[in-house]
Design a protein around this ligand. Sequence first.
Ligand code: AMP
Ligand code: MG
Length: 337
Amino acid sequence: METKRLSDCASDLLEAAELLKNGQVVGIPTETVYGLAADARNPQAVRQIFAAKGRPADNPLIVHLADIRQLGEIAAEVPPLAEKLAERFWPGPLTMILPKQAQIPEITSGGLDTVGVRMPSHPVARALILLSGAPIAAPSANISGYPSPTTAEHVIRDMQGKIAAVVDGGACSVGVESTVIALESADTVRILRPGFVTAEMLGTVVPHVTLDPAILHQLQEGQAVRSPGMKYQHYSPHAHVILVEGTWNAFADLVQQQAETGICALVFDGEGKDLSVPCLTYGSDDQEQAQQIFSKLREFDDMNAQKVYVRAPKPEGIGLAVYNRLIRAAGFEVIQV
Ligand code: AMP
Ligand code: MG
């Protein structure tokens, strides 16, 4: 199959929506990362998403809607707290886990009786949901385990020949995947995956916000998991990634002591000019770091890097989402200097 490159002009959006209606898979831009989209109600279409990504069958997909009236078709129950959160954070990068409506097939929910739902704010994603008339299942449009795509080019690299088309909507503004939350009671939510919507922001609507321990810590063998995605290797380029916590001077000393070939570094803006190894930067604040992290990790593979030492961001605010992706990209290998 030749993967068609479409733009965000009206006729191309109609063509992409037609593909979705016909049970095809299309790469689409969202404000978080590019998604691999298909009609969430169509098991054959959703099966192609899992096949194209090489995604484990028990890792559920997030279902995207564009109109709050679609929520009843996806979730069997919408507690008042979910309505409040939707009002405050939708459209936007917040996914809520809710009881699943019967028309959402098990393949979409990874066999669970719950479903992750969100309303994206990206105009192309919204247009495609409305034009296709379907709730859209869309995981990140990367090969499973590899860094998520934040440009159409990244999607083409991973999905060429595997999906019908990619719609180019430019680079993603957020850059990391949505915040995923479970509603634990009428006044408590648990963050399962951190994102652009932070604990502090959720705290303006919900009295109690807890962080799942799996956000920062490796699961032990056989440990129960609240979100199946937490079990799997994630976000890793081919290069070996090591996260380094400490001062700039200690980081520079550590990197400069390495004698192997293919050593590289990922540092903050303004750093690295005197470093003796190839170096990329990834922004100067948490928003820029979120925007850039995946494309920079991919760039190291283009440079043929073997080992990448990464300056760790502060695990606070949106930085927690960046730290969470990096610690997984590093297979939990963290050095304190
Ligand atoms: P991705 O599709 O790559 O953005 O990943 C979606 C994330 O949401 C994965 O970590 C999933 O495990 C999580 N997720 C989706 N649906 C559910 C659900 N019903 N229950 C728990 N976690 C979910
Ligand atoms: Mg993903």
